[in-house]
Design a protein around this ligand. Structure first.
Ligand code: NAP
Length: 282
């Protein structure tokens, strides 16, 4: 057990601080950064996420467009929409809302987006830049986690860090960002035979799996810092993370709650990337 109750790392607070910074950056830009969000089909969760992104733009005075294509859209119709936005000088950032309907192939479409407008940071060129240690537009969720760790003054150099999950949008870029900050990083996944062998030694654990209770109290050492990326929908509208919060939190120095931890940072980082893309455009 830790000597005192853990501090909750609240993404809402970090996002508000970041938005204040972004307003200053926007003031000196002299024009409104423009974000286009493309949604294909009628996934209800995607509709909610897109609305949140558009509202966030409006809050900061960014220009925004929401493009809704029918679920029956072909690969080339979506591609044409993305190409038109690439050529549109009012638009500095383009986001293709995932998941796409099953008949569409997401990877080639993500590669159609101009890397300079790729505010989700999913284009292979931006992934390659991160790998090469020359990051520009970073994937929003892991970049948001880095902001949270900075805000709560977690010194990463020399830490033993464990990332559970190796997706292209969270786990892998998270591991690269921690490595760049001089942590020693292990990446675990579904074929890792014994997660505990790694997590029990870790000073920092980031869990991005999408399954409840992947991390439990006996898997962590006292004083650990835990970041829970998971968003698992329960009955009704309730959401829970991947960490068994009630048992793990008392052992932690710092932990993110779900909801209210990582989630709020993702949109704040999208706005930051849109501003960065607009600044690079000038
Ligand atoms: P994903 O693409 O499904 O990847 C999940 C990863 O977890 C995979 O690498 C998988 O390993 C690994 N995994 C699965 N079962 C495991 C187990 N029992 N033990 C260890 N590793 C296991 O998911 P994602 O897109 O990275 O998202 C992960 C979670 O974060 C989801 O709940 C998602 O909703 C949430 N999320 C939240 C935000 C936010 O803003 N808060 C943003 C993005 C994602 P393999 O590679 O071997 O299959």
């Amino acid at each position: 057990m830790t000597d005192s109750a853990p501090t909750l790392m609240r993404g809402q607070e970090v996002a508000a601080a970041l938005e204040a910074e972004l307003r200053k950056g926007f003031d000196t830009l002299g024009f409104a950064p423009g974000l286009a969000v493309v949604r294909v089909g009628d996934d209800p969760a995607s509709e909610i996420y897109v609305n949140h992104k558009i509202r966030a733009c409006e809050r900061l005075g960014f220009y925004s467009e929401a493009h809704h294509l029918p679920a029956s859209s072909t690969q080339s119709e979506v591609q044409q929409k993305l190409e038109a936005l690439n050529a549109d000088s009012r638009i500095h950032g383009i986001l293709l809302q995932l998941p796409l309907p099953q008949h569409l192939d997401e990877k080639p479409l993500l590669s159609v987006i101009d890397p300079a407008k790729d505010v989700d940071g999913f284009h292979p060129i931006n992934g390659g830049r991160l790998l090469a240690g020359q990051p520009h537009l970073l994937p929003c969720t892991p970049a948001g986690i880095m902001e949270i760790l900075r805000y709560y003054d977690v010194q990463l150099e020399g830490l033993r860090a464990v990332v559970i999950g190796r997706s292209n949008i969270v786990g892998k870029p998270m591991a690269l960002l921690l490595l760049q900050a001089n942590a020693s990083v292990s990446v675990l996944h579904s074929r890792t035979p014994d997660l505990s062998a790694y997590t029990r030694e870790a000073d920092l654990i980031v869990v991005a799996v999408g399954k409840q209770k992947v991390l439990t109290a006996e898997m962590v050492k006292p004083g650990v810092v835990v970041v829970d990326v998971g968003m698992n929908r329960l009955e009704g509208r309730k959401v829970t993370g991947d960490v068994d919060f009630d048992s793990v939190a008392p052992r932690c120095r710092l932990i993110t709650p779900v909801p209210g931890g990582v989630g709020p940072m993702t949109i704040a980082m999208l706005l930051k990337n849109t501003l960065l893309a607009a600044q690079s455009y000038t």
